[in-house]
Design a binder for this molecule. Structure first.
Ligand code: IMP
Length: 432
C-alpha cells in the first residue's frame, strides 16, 4: 500500500484542499488525523459551494470513504451540520463517512473555558474559539475527557457528565474571578442534548483504526489530510502560538492508528508567500499599512479566515521556515500555491536567513521568544506583470515567475511538483 499525506508547511491555509482535490481520485480513503472544526476549507462541486471545517475535503468524491480518525476532536452539532449540508446538496455520504469511537468530544464548557482563557491579555493565543485546546487538555489529562464511543451509552454518559460538569463549573467560576464572568452548565441539560446528537451520529461511528488496517490489507489506497500547518504543530511549531495537536505527518500514526510505514509519499503544500492567523511571531510579516504590499496580498489572495473571517496576517515567503518544516514532515516535494497572487508586484522578496541579535542564521528556531527577535534577511527577485492564470506549463510562465519557482525550490531543497495559478482545477501546472 502506498499511502500519501498532504501537509501544509507554513501556518495553515496553504490551499491543501486543492491538492487533495487534484489527486483524490487516486485514493479509496481520505483520513483526517488531527484538529477539529478549527480547520476550514471551501469545496466547489458542480457549481455548489460547501464550507467544511471538520469533515475532510476528500468527502465530496463519490468513490472515497472519509475517515475522521481518533486524533480528531469532534463537536457533534458541527459534524451533523456538515453532514446535513452535504446531504442537502446532493452529496450522499451516508455510507462512506466514518467517525472514530476514540475521537474526543467537544462540549460547550470547552468553548467557555477557551473564551475565558482568551479574554485575558496574558496568555492569549488568538485561537479559533472552537474549544479545541480545552478538549485536548482534557484528553491528555485523562480525568474529564469523553470520547465519541461514550456518547453511545446513555447511562454512562449521564454519569460522566454528572462528574465532569460540576468540576468544570467550579473551575471556570474561579478562573473568571467570581461568578459574574463565567457561564455555568447543567449536566442533565447537556446529557439530554448530546444524547440526541448521539443517535444521529451512531451510524457513522466505528473502530476506524481496525477499518484502516483491514482496508490496507485489502489493497485500498489511503490519503491523509493534515489540518492546520506544520508551524502550528504542538511539538515543533512556534509554541505556545500553535494549535493543540500534531499537524505534522508524525500525527498520522497516533491520530489514525495506521503505522507510518504505510505512507510512502509526503506532499508539502506551501503558498508562494506566507500567511498566519492568530498571535505569534512571523518574521517576514508585511505590516505596511493599507496601501502596502501586505494589504495587497491579503486582498488579491482573499486572505480572510474560513472559520473566523479574521483578516490573515500576510508576508513574504520564508524559505528558512519551510526548510525546517519540510525536514520535520519528511516532505518529498512541494506544491507552490497561489503564485498568481504575486503578479504585478514590482519585486519579490524571499527570506533566506535571519539576523538574531546581530548573528546571521540560516536555520529556523521554533522558540517563539527567539523567533520574535529574528529579522529576516532577504534576497530580492524581479516581479512580473503578466496575468499567469491561464498558464498551464512552466514554459508558459514569464521568465521572472519561473525564476521565482526555481529559487523557492532551491532554497527549500525540494522539487516543486505543482504550481497553482488560480483556484480552478485546470489552473494548475503539473511539473512532474
Ligand atoms: P486553535 O487551533 O483554535 O486552538 O488555535 C490555535 C492557533 O492555530 C491560532 O493561531 C489559530 O488561528 C491557528 N489555527 C487553527 N486552525 C487553523 C487553520 O486551519 N488555519 C490557520 N490557522 C489555524
Amino acid at each position: 500500500m502506498a499511502g500519501t499525506c498532504v501537509v501544509g508547511l507554513q501556518w495553515g491555509d496553504e490551499a491543501k484542499g486543492k491538492i487533495v482535490d487534484l489527486i483524490g481520485d487516486e485514493f479509496d480513503m481520505v483520513v483526517r488525523y488531527n484538529g477539529g472544526a478549527n480547520a476550514g476549507h471551501t469545496v466547489v462541486v458542480e457549481g455548489k459551494t460547501f464550507k467544511l471545517s471538520l469533515l475532510p475535503t476528500g468527502v465530496i468524491r463519490p468513490s472515497v470513504t472519509s475517515v475522521i480518525g481518533n486524533g480528531v476532536v469532534v463537536y457533534p452539532p458541527r459534524f451533523l451540520e456538515e453532514v446535513k449540508t452535504l446531504l442537502d446538496g446532493g452529496v450522499d455520504i451516508s455510507k462512506r463517512l466514518v467517525l472514530s469511537d476514540h475521537a474526543h468530544v467537544i462540549f460547550p464548557y470547552h468553548m467557555e473555558e477557551e473564551r475565558l482563557a482568551e479574554s485575558g491579555g496574558e496568555g492569549k493565543i488568538g485561537t479559533t474559539g472552537r474549544g479545541i485546546g480545552p478538549c485536548y487538555q482534557d484528553k491528555v489529562g485523562r480525568r474529564f475527557a469523553i470520547r465519541v464511543g461514550e456518547l453511545l451509552r446513555p447511562d454512562h454518559l449521564r454519569e460522566r457528565l454528572r462528574q465532569v460538569v460540576p468540576f468544570k463549573n467550579r473551575l471556570m467560576t474561579a478562573f473568571a474571578d467570581g461568578a459574574a464572568g463565567a457561564k455555568v452548565f447543567d449536566a442533565t441539560a447537556i446529557a439530554d442534548e448530546y444524547l440526541k446528537y448521539a443517535e444521529r451520529i451512531r451510524p457513522y461511528v466505528t473502530d476506524t483504526a481496525r477499518l484502516l488496517h483491514d482496508s490496507v490489507k485489502a489493497g485500498k489506497r489511503v490519503l491523509f489530510e493534515a489540518a492546520q500547518g506544520s508551524l502550528l504543530d504542538v511539538d515543533h511549531g512556534t509554541y505556545p502560538f500553535v494549535t493543540s495537536s500534531s499537524s505534522l505527518p508524525s500525527g498520522m500514526w497516533s491520530g489514525s492508528g495506521l503505522p507510518a510505514k504505510n505512507v510512502t509519499r509526503i506532499i508539502g503544500v506551501v503558498k508562494a508567500y506566507t500567511t498566519r492567523v492568530g498571535r505569534g511571531p512571523f518574521p517576514t510579516e508585511l505590516d505596511d499599512g493599507m496601501d502596502g504590499t501586505g494589504e495587497r496580498i491579503r486582498k488579491v489572495g482573499k486572505e480572510y479566515g474560513t472559520v473566523t473571517g479574521r483578516p490573515r496576517r500576510t508576508g513574504w515567503f520564508d524559505a528558512v521556515a519551510v526548510r525546517y518544516t519540510a525536514a520535520l514532515a519528511g516532505a518529498d516535494e512541494i506544491t507552490l500555491m497561489l503564485l498568481d497572487v504575486l503578479s504585478g508586484l514590482p519585486e519579490l522578496k524571499l527570506c533566506v536567513g535571519y539576523d538574531l541579535d546581530g548573528e546571521r542564521r540560516t536555520h529556523f528556531t521554533s522558540d517563539a521568544h527567539d523567533l520574535e527577535r529574528c529579522k529576516p534577511v532577504y534576497e530580492t527577485l524581479p516581479g512580473w506583470t503578466e496575468d499567469i492564470t491561464t498558464c498551464r506549463t512552466l514554459a508558459d510562465l514569464p521568465a521572472a515567475a519561473r525564476r521565482y519557482v526555481d529559487r523557492v525550490s532551491e532554497m527549500v531543497g525540494l522539487p516543486v511538483s505543482v504550481v497553482s495559478v488560480g483556484p480552478g482545477r485546470e489552473q494548475t501546472i503539473r511539473v512532474r
